[in-house]
Write a new protein. Structure first.
Length: 86
């Protein structure tokens, strides 16, 4: 008995309907809203950091935090798009 999935089985399993296919359509909608909100929050954080923060080290930390939030929002949005044909 095989314990490890072959790469073909894994691709077939992922390409069935998308990674969020086991969620209800309205839950996927909320995930898309959260990802849009995360991207908007990161843009506002960068704008506020550029305008009001004069400390270079704190500015860099806040920008990296904003980049991380933007990356999470982008990954969530890609997952929602891959689940689109529900």
């Amino acid at each position: 008995m095989r314990n490890i999935l072959s790469s073909m089985d894994y691709v077939t399993m992922l390409s069935a309907r998308g990674p969020l296919a086991n969620m209800h359509a309205l839950d996927v909608m909320w995930v898309s809203f959260y990802s849009i909100g995360a991207m908007l929050l990161s843009v506002l954080m960068v704008a506020a950091t550029r305008k009001w923060v004069n400390n270079g080290c704190l500015s860099m930390v806040l920008r990296f935090l904003a980049f991380g939030i933007f990356l999470i929002g982008s990954i969530l949005m890609v997952l929602v798009i891959l689940t689109w044909p529900n």
